[in-house]
Design a protein around this ligand. Sequence first.
Ligand code: SAM
Length: 333
Amino acid sequence: MHRNVPHTLIDPCNRRLNYLRISVTDRCNLHCAYCTPLEEDRRLEHAEILRYEEILRLVRIGVRLGIEKIRITGGEPLLRRDLPTLLAAIHRLPGIRDLSLTTNGLLLEEHLERLVAAGLRRVNVSLDTLQRERYRRITGVDALERVLAAIEAALAAGLHPVKINVVALPGVNEDELLDLARLSLTRPLHVRFIEFMPIGRSRLSARPPLLVPEIRRLLAPLGELSPVPRDEMDGPAQRWRIPGAAGEIGFIPAISHHFCRRCNRLRLTAAGSLRPCLLSDREEDLKGPLRAGASDEALAAIFLAAARHKPSDHALAAGEPAHVCCQMQSIGG
Ligand code: SAM
């Protein structure tokens, strides 16, 4: 492909898509009540999952089309063997301005040194509770201590920011949101509260979601929060700080407040498809053409088609159920 491709990933709503989230595996070492399918899950065969060299080729093509920001996710990305090698290769690509990782933290501490050496500068760790038994109940694994140790290790290794992703789970952790927010008081953590999205076959889908206005009401005992100015590379989080706190609090109103207007994301699934919207099942297959010998130009055309088919909006805000059958694990959240 020529260096100066005349096209960039701009969708029909004039959104510039410069952010690619890559799910490197559909496997996970947790079985979260709100994320894992109830029935025997249909895991991808090893050969169906994109290999690192395939991911890298696609990222290179994406970068030429304007991708600047990459997040590695899953499943649990740290289950994928030798992940730092992939990170290092992406980090070296000219044009990549931001590289991050979303993990449940179970394997983070043991891989931290290599991840930092590979160029990782920040990390998101998912943590929905600070209570050991509740953590076990939500995730199916008794690993809270390990995750907390990994968060400390990430801070000590100089990763910044270390973001804590808390999904606000109605009937599960609303009594703990204050404690979770207070993690940002003494540590430079960015604690972000994410509205639960009724997606896939979660066991929580039937409950009405806990929306940001209600989350904020639950956090009222913290007093008035001060707004933190937004950064150019910021995602949809609304950023705040408890006065005097070392860290921040963020809200991700996935449902209550459309951020579709500013959505700059494409997702590359573990199975090798491009997904223009998390909440729509429409995908463009890249792996088939890639393995059939497609040229860079042909693959770039598929990226551009995904951009053309990015929905302007999703229907969840209107209270409609998501018509999404895929699980978060293969898409990457
Ligand atoms: N295994 C990694 C982890 O736990 O961070 C990465 C993949 S996980 C699917 C990414 C994020 O999606 C996690 O923070 C998880 O809590 C969140 N998530 C999963 N299902 C969700 C849902 N239905 N609504 C909102 N967030 C969800």
